[in-house]
Design a protein around this ligand. Structure first.
Ligand code: HAM
Length: 437
């Protein structure tokens, strides 16, 4: 018989896998709520044009796209950012600012598969709209850090690498490069850490060889790892725009420091981000050991809402992926234990006892207790074994003898002690047991 596997890069979630995923989503939701972010969602299938020339060549090449029966060109969403820009753009006038929104959703990219990368994955997205200053970045980077700390991860496990496409534009412009060359060079810088000098090939194919002096300057700027190095690279007397930008840097780093998060931040001009729409600060979260692909990425994209047809609206945000994040939790032993044990297991005699038990079972379940019982009649021995294996803390025993006397027996599965109580007091007795002495 033929068996069907999920498509390459797609995952099935068995209950124990889904329990882990649900736990991750629950803590992300709680954290976002603590920061005052509101949850939204969008369709999985979008018009192809939403991504064309907006997300960048790499994502465009990875789209799952097709023509639907109405001859529309459509794509499964590869990311949330263009969709959320549409939502916010449409109601920009009516929404109270700053707009702080988050979502947890599934995305599709036809990628080469590797550890922590699939073709179908989830992201937690958080974005702030309507705030042009670095105050928005402080809020978001603090949220990003807390989304990881909530699981017990610390500054020993991960860091947020912080960079600035705005300063890269200033710097490469001051070296005489035009916009097209700057964008192509940023593409090379994005790939440099993994591909080395090979990364410059697409630039050189398009614009000819990069003069050695210029390449050295690019590599020196890319190697900057502290704010002090950044200040001195820009010179004692930077241009007015650059000086204002350095003031933004001071505000951002000062704010994060005041929140007690300085140890999580690593200035790193080698980060420029692969997506085309970023305009300012950009950041990525990585595991400290450098064993995994990026945990999260984001940055400022002040032009995108306007480009997608809404009014101009400054924006900044990030997304955490669930795959590398789950791997990191697993490696650090921080994955949750899957607790699926019932509170109560009912051991039931014959058909008549079953009817008495059902009334209690339904009442207890309605009261929020997790209650299980054997779906089919079983010998008492087998039922007690099932009760022990289930991990339930309490067994209720509905035997013919007990019911004839108008009582139900309760066994504490931990201490193995038993006591009886009137059949009419089951709910109160269970409640008393779980409330403790
Ligand atoms: P991104 O860097 O493309 O940014 O993705 C963010 C995170 O999603 C990555 O760091 C990674 O953890 C996860 N991710 C991306 N692709 C895959 C994949 N194929 N398999 C597994 N995980 C993956 C964005 O998507 C931006 N839209 C983020 C953003 C929100 N910028 C502003 N707001």
């Amino acid at each position: 018989m033929a068996t069907f596997q999920p498509l390459p890069g797609f995952r099935d979630f068995y209950p124990e896998d889904l329990a882990k995923r649900t736990h991750i989503f629950r803590l992300w939701r709680q954290t976002a709520a603590a920061f005052g972010f509101a949850e939204y969602d969008t369709p999985v299938l979008e018009p192809l044009d939403l991504y064309r020339a907006k997300s960048g060549d790499e994502i465009e090449a990875q789209l799952f796209s097709f023509t639907d029966k109405g001859k529309r060109e459509v794509a499964l969403r590869p990311e949330m950012t263009p969709s959320v820009c549409r939502l916010v753009g449409e109601r920009a006038g009516a929404l109270k600012r700053p707009i702080k929104w988050f979502s947890i959703a599934e995305f599709y990219r036809y990628e080469r598969m590797q550890k922590g990368r699939g073709r179908c994955f989830h992201q937690f997205n958080a974005d702030v709209f309507g705030e042009p200053g670095p105050e928005a970045e402080i809020e978001l980077i603090a949220l990003l850090v807390q989304c990881m700390r909530a699981f017990g991860l610390t500054q020993k496990d991960f860091c947020v690498r912080l960079s600035d496409r705005n300063l890269w534009f200033h710097y490469l412009g001051s070296l005489g490069l035009d916009d097209a060359r700057i964008r192509a060079l940023l593409g090379a810088i994005d790939k440099y850490e993994r591909s080395g000098h090979e990364a410059f090939k697409p630039y050189e194919d398009a614009f000819g060889p990069l003069p050695e002096g210029l390449k050295d300057k690019v590599l020196a700027f890319l190697a900057i790892r502290s704010f002090e190095e950044l200040e001195s690279a820009l010179g004692a007397d930077p241009a007015a725009g650059t000086a204002a930008r350095l003031a933004d840097w001071r505000k951002l780093l000062g704010g994060l420091s005041a929140m007690g998060l300085a140890d999580y931040i690593q200035v790193d001009l080698g980060v420029v981000r692969g997506l085309a729409y970023y305009t300012g600060f950009v950041f990525e979260a990585f595991d400290r050991k450098g064993e995994l692909r990026a945990l999260a990425g984001g940055g400022r994209y002040d032009d995108l809402v306007g480009k997608l047809g809404g009014s101009e609206l400054p924006a900044v945000g990030f997304a955490i992926g669930d795959m590398t994040f789950a791997l990191l939790l697993e490696e650090r032993g921080l994955s949750p234990a899957v607790a699926a044990a019932p509170d109560v297991y009912c051991v039931i005699g014959g058909e008549a006892e079953r009817r008495a038990a059902f009334a209690d079972i339904h009442r207890l379940r309605s009261g929020g207790y997790r209650v299980e019982y054997p779906l089919k009649e079983l010998a008492f021995g087998k039922q007690f074994k099932a009760a022990a294996e289930s991990g339930a803390r309490l067994a209720l025993i509905y035997g013919g003898d007990e019911l004839a006397r108008g009582v139900v027996k309760m066994r504490d599965m931990g201490t193995r002690t038993e006591r009886e109580f009137p059949a009419s007091e089951v709910e109160a007795s269970v409640r008393g047991f779980f409330a403790g002495p």
